[in-house]
Write a protein that binds this ligand. Structure first.
Ligand code: ATP
Ligand code: MG
Length: 488
């Protein structure tokens, strides 16, 4: 994070502009890349698209809109209140919740005492009665739609330990389908929208534990490096397992494998406390139908036939990424009762969360320096905050007045995140690999045809030569006979 979000592109302040990325049209209607109809717009309205649309034609020369930096899109933030748990029902029985929600006004009141409260506005306020379906629809669905249209997207949960981040994102809903969390619902929508013959979906599932990135699908792989593309600012993890997903069942199996490998511990505040940040990366690659581009005028100018030009036109693909981040919870060591190794984990979690907080603050204030390199978490989230992704954050809070301090800091984190602007860009590029494959096949055909013709010509030459030799011999014979006749 070298500078504020205003510079656009490259993520968390980087000044780099993605060469192959494409700017969203600023006023036109979004365009679905594949033949199927797009998912319907989410209810709730808080996550309206800022803009998107069909793209202007690419210029000649292969690169696509290299100078465009995208369209500004603010990070959307929802707050979700967890219902009182059994311990709170007993211990806080005589006390009111520390917050009062006004979902219709999208407001939350944080009680200071019996008379006073501070009021905060969010993009969406989700009460303790909000269903998982509604939470998905207002928090994640617009981001998933965006990913299907070719933009990067991030959905992240942030909050104190035990407030429902994993519940919101990672519930599999094995026993009760209504309990399915955002990861499961997002993949259902993605698989329902893609065209299996031309599009592919693949994923990696990782955890960031004690500043090490571990592959949740292959835990032996526990020191994965983050690689940044200096040209585009894109962050990737080439060492991670990437699995192609074709159906929901295989996706659920992968989630189960990942969940089994994720580090969790029983703490005073959460019996199943996540001790690592989990990151699900879903890569969506879609073919853009009926719009392979190349400067058509070249055909006329150079006098090439149109079929030849057709075969030189690279197809267009959209390569977008959905990142779902289930953070480990911040905790006050005295309250969570962490000791020994669990204490070390807590310190590492708190350290990475505090560096995330610093980056969010810097971006919110459009500060000249954003300390993105301070932790792996902030490096991983480079594209999500101040980058090119459409980002939706859900901040989870508990109702207990005993955790008012932690709830306040979570709310303040959410408020600052609402000020972060991303520069959303279409991840569209010419598919030169597939053009190469196509040209290879064409070339092979031409070589075979050439060989066939050469053989035909050689045979013809042989035949004509033989015929000529025969005729010459015949003529010589006739000449000899005539000469002999004349001599007589
Ligand atoms: N909205 C909710 N409705 C009902 N139960 C919930 C809700 N949110 C969370 N819970 C329950 O609260 C407990 C803690 O939730 P969860 O593990 O998701 O917290 P977390 O924020 O991921 O915590 P940590 O940071 O420690 O990992 C779980 O038993 C979960 O089932
Ligand atoms: Mg958790």
């Amino acid at each position: 994070m070298a500078s504020g979000a205003r510079n656009g592109g490259g993520g968390l302040g980087s000044r780099t502009t993605a060469k192959m990325d494409r700017q969203q049209g600023s006023t036109a209607t979004p365009k679905a890349p594949a033949g199927k109809p797009r998912l319907s717009a989410a209810g709730g309205g808080a996550y309206r698209r800022t803009s998107s649309g069909p793209l202007p034609a690419a210029g000649a020369g292969g690169g696509r809109n290299s100078s465009e930096s995208g369209v500004s899109s603010r990070v959307r933030v929802a707050v979700r209140l967890r219902p009182r748990n059994a311990e709170e029902q007993a211990a806080d029985a005589d006390f009111a919740d520390c917050v009062e929600l006004q979902p219709e006004l999208k407001r939350l009141k944080l009680r200071k005492n019996n008379w006073e409260s501070d009021t905060f506005e969010f993009d969406e306020v989700l009460t303790e009665f909000s269903s998982q379906k509604r939470v998905y629809e207002v928090v994640a669905k617009p981001v998933v739609e965006s990913v299907l249209e070719g933009y990067n997207g991030t959905v992240m949960a942030y909050g104190q330990t035990g407030t429902g981040k994993t519940f919101t994102l990672g519930r599999l809903g094995d026993e009760d389908t209504a309990a399915r969390g955002i990861m499961v619902r997002a993949m259902e929508d993605i698989l329902a929208d893609i065209t299996p013959e031309t599009d592919t979906v693949s994923l990696s599932y990782l955890q960031l534990y004690m500043e090490m990135i571990q592959d949740l699908l292959d835990p032996v792989n526990d020191n994965i490096a983050i690689v940044e593309d200096p040209r585009t600012g894109d962050v990737s993890l080439p060492g991670a397992t990437v699995v192609e997903v074709r159906d929901q069942k295989s996706f659920m199996d992968l989630l189960r494998i990942g969940e089994a490998h994720r580090v969790a511990a029983n703490t005073k505040l959460n019996t199943e406390s996540s001790r690592s940040h989990a990151i699900l990366m879903v890569n969506v690659r879609r073919a853009v139908k009926g719009r392979s581009e190349m400067n058509v005028s070249m055909s006329a100018e150079n006098g090439h036939s149109s079929s030849m030009m057709d075969s030189l036109r690279p197809p267009i693909v959209r390569k977008s990424k959905l990142v779902v981040v289930d953070l480990a919870g911040s905790e006050r060591i005295d309250k969570s009762g962490s000791e020994g190794h669990t204490l070390e984990e807590a310190k590492s979690i708190n350290l990475s969360l505090s560096s995330l907080g610093k980056c969010i603050n810097a971006l919110a204030e459009s500060s000249a320096h954003v300390p993105v390199r301070d932790s792996k978490l902030t490096r991983l989230l480079k594209d999500s905050f101040g980058g090119t992704a459409r980002t939706s954050l859900v901040v989870t809070i508990g109702p207990s007045p005993r955790h008012r301090g932690e709830t306040t800091s979570t709310i303040m984190f959410g408020q600052r995140a609402m000020k972060v602007q991303n520069m959303v860009k279409l991840k569209e590029e010419f598919d030169y690999k597939s053009l190469c494959r196509r040209l290879d096949i064409e070339l092979d055909k031409l070589i075979a045809e050439n060989e066939r013709q050469r053989k035909y010509f050689d045979d013809e030459i042989e035949r004509i030569t033989a015929e000529a030799q025969y005729r010459v011999a015949e003529a010589e014979k006739e000449c000899k006979v005539s000469l002999e006749r004349m001599r007589k």
